[in-house]
Design a protein around this ligand. Sequence first.
Ligand SMILES: Nc1ncnc2c1ncn2[C@@H]1O[C@H](COP(=O)(O)OP(=O)(O)OP(=O)(O)O)[C@@H](O)[C@H]1O
Length: 477
Amino acid sequence: MEAYNYYIQQLQSKEYTAEILNIVLESAYEGICVVDRQAIIREFNSAYSRFLGVRQEDVIGRKVTDVIENTRLHIVLETGVPERGFIQKINGQDMVVHRIPIWKNQQVIGAIGMLIFEGVSEVYHILQRVQNLYVKHLDTENRVEKSVACPLVKKDRVTFDQIIGNSECLQKVKRIGRRAAKVASTVLITGESGTGKELFAKAIHYNSVYANGPFISVNCSAIPEHLLESELFGYEDGAFTGAKKGGKPGKFEQANKGTIFLDEIGDMPLSMQAKILRVLQERNVERVGGTHSISLDIRVIAATNANLQELVKQGKFRADLFYRLNIIPIHLPPLRERKEDIPKLISYSLEQLSIKNGVTPKQFHQGTIKKMMEYDWPGNVRELLNTVEMLLVLCESEVITPHDLPEKFFESSNVQKIESHTHVLKEVPMKDMMEQHEYELIIQTLAECNGNKAKAARKLGIHRSTLYEKLKKYQLL
Ligand SMILES: Nc1ncnc2c1ncn2[C@@H]1O[C@H](COP(=O)(O)OP(=O)(O)OP(=O)(O)O)[C@@H](O)[C@H]1O
């Protein structure tokens, strides 16, 4: 009886999910088309069918290329790279479309096509595209300088939308960032190198009440110790030999009415830490050799890839400064913990980097994206952008294949582990197909979760102890 009830419950929950999905599809203003791995239409909402003048039942089950004019959904299935805000001619009209691949277990299993009829955010994306075309046009006429002066292109203003990634962990920090922007409190951003700490700091600044003031970035580790004080606090005329006539304002003063971004704060010498603490507490600064203090109205954002708490324990970082900075802590996750963001990051960077380098955008083979998702990205987003740029510039063919990737992509221990285990398993006669499937699923999920068993168990929907039992069974411990 219990098993029967469970079965009924499962069935009902599946029916419920299907019903909800149907309601969502039918309530959307956009045209939505979902295709499977073979580019066969599986879902097609009425907004799309009205626009094309076809009946849903006539198109579901047909190849998308036979139904939607100029579609590239079948190409997105191959590349695995999303295409957002593209223009597609349908029924003689230029329409804005999104094409989003569906990734599961590091494979593209389908794609979603969205036809946009309206929406402010879409207009914004179109505007961006027009700007890019404009810059490209000027570039080809050797008038790059003018493009920077183009009023449409406000180069440095960063919005949270420009921080690419839909992973849950990135969405969560973006939500915290948006809320932090609304208040004047000091923010401490931590995260590995290249995770986007400076980009995040800029997004906070440009969404805050200080947005119209300056954003002054100071790399604390790049300034020699003996120059740090005058760089940060400025100096008066004749403060020391070699001092500029008339004196010079320091970074804090320059940042007045805006934001000061203290990057690599963990590298700040102890002597300077005391002085910075004083400025943060008293909100005024005195130039070197000066006699009066200048009051400051600034937002402070500090960032580090070091473990400040550890540095405090080791006596290398002042505890009082740490607590002064750590009012709103934001930790940016490394790229290896949000690999689902990789296709989207590639898609966005492809276009920007093609324009920057004056080359035609290339396509990524799905196998290439797969390899890129298996890699651990120690240099995070910065390394990813550099890789895409290198591939764009150096690869001679139109499609970037796994062979074009540097050697390091084939050295991943995860990949070797999956391959060697799969190999062994295939040689041994299988008792049970289900077991083989379960085994591969576990290996795959562990690789995706970087060997983190708690995370893998959550992803697999089983208890951690069950996962351990299975790992033991398959001799994976
Ligand atoms: N989520 C993201 N979306 C788009 N671009 C990103 C993202 N994260 C980082 N970048 C880009 O990656 C590069 C490195 O980012 P950034 O300089 O902000 O990293 P960082 O954490 O401050 O690095 P470091 O600690 O080495 O100074 C920049 O070009 C930035 O624009």
